[in-house]
Every structure is written in C-alpha cells, then in structure tokens.
Design a protein around this ligand. Structure first.
Ligand code: 0XW
Ligand code: MG
Length: 368
C-alpha cells in the first residue's frame, strides 16, 4: 500500500475562555496544521501538528507547513506500512523539525492501523487499559481563582492539577500553592509548572516555603543544568518538560540523573514510535512520565490517548490534551473529551476518529 496523496489544512484554534497564560507567554489562538494522507487503496490517515505559538519551543506553525512542503513531494509513492523507513526518509530530506515529522508519522500510523483493521495503540505494543487519567492545567492566576478552579476540577474527577507559575514575584506563586493545597489537599496530585520561568533562587524559595505541601515541580528553570541545581537542594521531586527536545535529551537527563519524572510531548519527541521507545526506556528505569502535546484538536488528542494507553499504569503520570480550550471537535461523533477525570480509548480502527472535512480549516496545499 503506497502514499498516493497528502493534503494540508490550516485551522485557527481560538482559546475558549482564553487567553491561555503561562510564565513566558499569553496565547489567544493557536495555528493548527492538519495532514490528510491518502493511500493508493483509498484509505485515509490523519495527522496534526500545533506548536504552542512561536515562543514556546524552537517550532512554529509556518515552520511546520514549510517543513512539510520540503519533505512531502518525496514521500508520495512511498510504502505506507513501514514507519521506520518513512522516518529515515524524512531525516534524509530535512534535518531536525521533529514536530513536522511527527504530524506526518501520526497520519501514517492512522493509515497503517486502518489497513490492518487494528487500533493505533495495537501498533505501539497494545493497550494496558481502556481509559487513561487526565490532568488539568490551570493558567497563571490569583491564589483565590486558582484554588477555586482546582477545587472545581477535582470535583469533576481530575486526580492531577497542574498549576502554572513563574514570570512574577515568587511570593504570589507560594500563595497560590498554599491556597490550592488548602482547597484540594490530597484529593489530587499537585504539580507546579513554571514553564522555565523561574530562577534557581526562586524555585528553591518556592520549595522551601512550601516544604509541607507535597507537589511535583515541573521544569522550573530554563536549562537542564539549572533544574539539576535546584533538584539537589530541595525536597520536592522534579520533572523535566521543555528541556526534552529529543530522545537524546531524555538519555542525557537519565545519564545526568537530572530529574525524577518527564513531561513527554509527542511532537517534540518526533512522533508515536519515538514516544514508544522513550516509554520503554522509562520503564527500564521506572521513570514516571506524562503523555501529552503542546496543543491540538481531536487528531493529536487521540494520538495522545493511544500512546498513553500502552504505558505501564504505574508509570503513567497522566495525559493532557487541549480539549478544554478548543471550541469544536474535528469529529463531532467521536471527539476526545475528559469524562470523570479520564480519557476513554477511542473505538474503531486507527486513531478511532473521523474528522469532518468541514471542520478542519482550509486546504492550503496538496501533493500527489
Ligand atoms: C500543560 N501543557 C501540556 C499545555 C501547554 O502546552 C504547556 C504544557 C506544559 O505542561 O507545560
Ligand atoms: Mg510542562
């Protein structure tokens, strides 16, 4: 079975009840690229890539579409059933740009699973569960607002609340953490995520000022070395997120004993097969991790749930999708949504979703 066509759509994803605020950026809308891959047997596979604006990582929406345009002509006619060879071919065509390659790989995995009549998770080793825990990420806010929001989300069934921090006087973040702890206590795991927006000194102060509050501190500072410096001096466990831009960064973090957990984004790792490799490395070292992506609609959300379902449950921290912040589902019948704090593994072959082509934006490029 061969790739006969690839079509690229662009869709703006305005943030519902936005903006989405983090220590280093405020986002009102995201720019999504949707990939439709068609086989010579008439099957269709879907992929998606949605950088979190141009500042979050060395990625941006125009770059994704330019990278796809650079590679795609040479992918037409290639076998749809050999993801490793497709990945190697993409690496021969373009250096880096894992996020764009991930979008194409997800489409190819959807297509391949449909060809064999199985789910994408079956191609990744098989689902250990039929639903995965979700986490809720707040924005930057006041102690009262974030505590109220956290309490609401716990009442909706979330078992993990990620509090955004950083980019302001650390005393406010300390007040937020204490207020959330008062509001939810041990009903949920608390994660404090400054998204690299803290200095080492502020991160230490946060931890020392809240030493009685059990939370995971996620990527407090910009570099792996700064995070390691903080980790060696605080009581709270630490996760790396944005510092992990490839499998090599994951191996480097493990070899340097840089953290206690990982935040893993499919697009940053280069796709579902790369995520499966990292999943297995983490299992060998009992390293807990999330499965998530920077943003995305139902296509990326389904990909997240599929890979998350294959992770050993003891090591899956939780999954995250942008669903809470997106106006409409690409697939109105099978859209991915949190129910009682969990994502249910989609039914049906492939990713298990069928995007309505009226809902996926405008066609911007076609290759055949
Ligand atoms: C919470 N997220 C998955 C959503 C945004 O992409 C940032 C990210 C994080 O964990 O920092
Ligand atoms: Mg994070």
């Amino acid at each position: 079975m061969r790739i006969s066509e690839i079509h690229i759509y662009q869709k703006d994803l305005p943030v519902v009840d936005g903006p989405y605020t983090m220590s280093t950026m405020t986002l009102d809308s995201l720019d999504a690229t949707i990939i439709k891959m068609v086989s010579d047997t008439g099957l269709v596979g879907w992929g998606e890539v949605v950088p979190l604006g141009p500042l979050y990582q060395p990625q941006h929406a125009g770059g994704a579409r330019a990278a796809i345009a650079e590679m795609t002509p040479a992918l037409i006619g290639r076998d749809c059933l050999t993801p490793l060879l497709l990945r190697r071919r993409m690496d021969e065509l373009l250096n880096g740009h894992l996020y764009a390659k991930a979008g194409i790989e997800i489409a190819q995995m959807d297509l391949m699973a449909k060809h064999y009549g199985v789910k994408v998770c079956d191609l990744l080793g098989g689902a250990a569960v039929d639903r995965v825990p979700a986490y809720y990420a707040t924005g930057i806010g006041s102690p009262d607002d974030i505590a109220r929001l956290s309490k609401d989300k716990v009442e909706q069934g979330y078992k993990r609340i990620q509090i955004k921090a950083g980019g302001r006087d650390v005393s406010i973040d300390i007040a937020v953490v204490r207020k959330v702890w008062e509001a939810v206590g041990k009903q949920a795991q608390i994660v404090v995520d400054p998204n690299r927006g803290m200095t080492v000194a502020d991160a230490k102060l946060l931890s020392l000022s809240c030493s009685d509050v059990p939370f995971l501190l996620e990527q407090p500072c910009r570099t792996m070395e700064e995070v390691m410096s903080v980790r060696s001096q605080i009581v709270h466990p630490i996760a790396l997120d944005e510092s992990l831009e490839s499998l090599n960064d994951v191996l480097r973090a493990i070899s340097m004993d840089a953290c206690d957990a990982f935040g893993l984004k499919i697009s940053r790792m280069g796709g579902l097969n790369a995520m499966a490799t990292i999943r297995d490395i983490c299992a060998a070292r009992s390293i807990p991790h999330t499965c998530e992506d920077s943003w995305g609609g139902d296509i990326l959300a389904a990909a997240i749930v599929h890979i998350a379902s294959t992770v050993e449950p003891r090591l899956l921290e939780a999954a995250w999708t942008a669903g809470n912040y997106i106006e409409e589902h690409y697939d109105p019948e099978n859209g991915i949504a949190v129910q009682d704090g969990y994502f249910k593994l989609p039914d049906g072959p492939g990713l298990g979703i069928s995007p309505d082509e009226e809902r996926i934006g405008q066609l911007v490029a076609s290759y055949n």
